[in-house]
Design a protein around this ligand. Structure first.
Ligand code: ADP
Length: 345
């Protein structure tokens, strides 16, 4: 601006270079530097306009021969300034980005370390728990006073709850630290579902509930996938359905959503006629240690880890666990998973 003023003020030829700077910055460096330079150029235009309106005399004792040279120098000066400032701007951005990336890497590493620690710890805790349960069983098989037997049954029950919790934490930390891998084995889906639901059926029965399973005809019998993890998801959903349904029935439905030569997409749903889930809690229950209502642990037991694990497992099988629910009328948990079909299936 200074050079342009000396070289002829508002009428200077070098001023015609002003709009080129934002355009150049826009093309070479992107939108943000372009906008910054457009603002700077506008300020320059306004400055010259003010000079012109207020008739500020700009001393111009440069000879006519030197005018083109000065105008050229002014244009070069503007471009040099623009380039330098844009470079500084870009450099600042690059430094900020690399600092951000370093911070993210550090936090990822800390998270992985935490996950590994949890996975190792829960694994170490499992071993003595198995010994406690085993020894309690042995003592319970021996001659005991009635009150001692009752105390030991409490020990047995509590140890089992603790083992379930440790298993859940172990699973969750394995998933969290990306150490859990899904097996790829061929299995009979119908037999697997029957085996999974049989023990749950007697639990439902003992609470006066009816548990039914409908596997539709288009569902293939032989599939390839992780039978144990699919079972874990279903057990969690049906177990919850039994826990939160005071009366009525629970229905498991499996249907085929899409089928190619190599893959099948299966849709599973578990519906109950239970207490339902309030709308504002339907998303939260899939988070770790979240329950639909604060008194849930006291009334029904549980820790709020089951659905978080089930939903991560379903995601690993390329699906998404979702819920539809109506309070006091029941809930339906549903998900789709993609399973391979055996070559000779
Ligand atoms: P937990 O059952 O151990 O508390 P989950 O993660 O399996 O943990 O479930 C989280 C919460 O979601 C439960 O505490 C309960 O409040 C709610 N919930 C899950 N399934 C049902 C269901 N079928 N009917 C009503 N509420 C449910």
């Amino acid at each position: 601006i200074g050079v342009a003023s000396v070289a002829g003020g508002v009428h200077s030829a070098s001023l015609w270079w002003l709009p080129s700077v934002p355009i150049l910055a826009l093309i070479l460096c992107g939108v943000r530097p372009g906008i910054v330079w457009a603002i700077v150029s506008c300020i320059a235009w306004v400055a010259f306009l003010v000079f012109s309106v207020s008739e500020v005399a700009i001393r111009n004792d440069i000879s006519a021969d030197d005018q083109p040279l000065i105008a050229c120098a002014a244009a070069c000066g503007i471009i040099l300034c623009a380039s330098t400032l844009t470079l500084v701007f870009k450099l600042g951005e690059a430094i900020a980005r690399s600092e951000l990336e370093a911070a993210r890497d550090a936090s990822d590493q800390a998270n992985r370390a935490k996950g590994m620690f949890l996975a190792n710890m829960s694994h170490e805790l499992r071993t003595p728990m198995n010994a406690i349960i085993g020894m309690t069983d042995l003592i319970l098989d021996s001659e005991l006073r009635a009150d001692h037997r009752e105390y030991l049954k409490v020990v047995r029950g509590s140890s089992e709850s603790l083992l379930v919790l440790i298993d859940d934490i172990l699973d969750f930390s394995k998933i969290d630290s990306r150490r859990l891998e899904l097996g790829q084995k061929r299995f009979d889906l119908r037999t697997a579902l029957a085996d999974t639901l049989m023990p749950l059926e007697s639990r439902a029965d003992s609470r006066g509930l009816r548990l039914s399973c409908d596997i539709q005809a288009d569902v293939p019998t032989l599939v390839v996938g992780d039978q144990a993890r699919l079972r874990q998801v279903l057990v969690n959903l049906v177990d919850n359905a039994i826990k939160f349904t005071p009366q009525g029935h629970i229905e498991v439905v499996v249907r085929s959503e899409e089928k190619t030569k190599d893959y099948v997409c299966l849709h599973f749903s578990v519906s109950d006629t239970g207490i339902g889930i309030p709308e504002d809690r339907r998303r939260a229950i899939f988070d770790v240690f979240e329950q639909a209502d604060a008194s849930s642990t006291r009334r029904f037991g549980g820790t709020g880890l089951g659905l978080a694990i089930a939903s991560q497992l379903v995601q690993m099988m390329k699906g998404q666990l979702q819920v539809k629910s109506e309070e006091r009328r029941g809930s339906t948990f549903y998900f789709s998973v993609v399973l391979k079909l055996p070559d000779d299936g």
